[in-house]
Write a protein of this length. Sequence first.
Length: 312
Amino acid sequence: MNKKLALMGTGITVGTFLLITSAYAGMAESSGYDSYKTAIKTTVSAKSMTQAIAVTVQDNGKSLVGVNATVKRNKDSQAVSADVKIKGGDSEQTLNVYSVDGKTVLKSGDSETYKVLEGKAGSEHFKNMEHGDKELNGEMDTFHKEAENLVDALVGNLKQYVTEAPTTNGAKEIKVSLSGSQIPTAVNALGSFLVKKSSYDHNQGMDDKTFKSPMGTDFSALKQTMPKLSQDVAITKVDLQATVDGSGFIANQKASLTIEGKDAAGTAHTVVVSVDLGLSGVNATTPDTIDLTGKTVEAVDTKQWGGPRNKH
């Protein structure tokens, strides 16, 4: 994948990763921690679901980025559809994603052309996945266990900061709030490194004035809004609230991560990344589809990302 595309939304990705890591750290070795991990595993194992996702990034109280998405997944049919809206600076863009005949189809809101991803993201990729399911599942199981062990290794004895309370119909609310010295030193060190790395990549790899993905979506305004922290970077606050329903699935999860630091000019920034995730249609979701008959279709070779391979 093109390096610039991979860096799109780095601030959101870094923030979300640190949010989850820090939240896990705050819930270690407690019943709340165990309940939350079990709910995540139960939710991930669902055959299908609909995810309503809202992500916001603020800097010193000013809104920088807003992402709203509805994602529908079905493991049995290996189908996914998504409606995504991205707002950064003064620009707002939309992107629709569909699975059609084992291929991924994308359409930006300002175009009537449907991009069909080929190469690894196309039918050959899905075919290889199907043949290698057992091996892939084994590798992912190992990865998940190692990741869980890594998170646990970063954790101190912070179980007193998590609360778990029953609600109605067997549901429960899990909450954790960490600030300042409550956040493990190892997590903060990792967070500082990732944020600085993100800022470095912004400067080194994204100097062009226009940054368009192979789908034709222009993210240049988005990348310009993100602060580039390089000094005194630290995670200063983590809040998470999750609702687990009576069947053990996460129904809703709200979280926020506060990162403070200074840019190269010495200007102080307080960046707040907030994530609101709602899950519904568990084991009863059918992703949306699109009929490409009569539509303008453009094939994109994902191995090159240099532009369309052909058009018909």
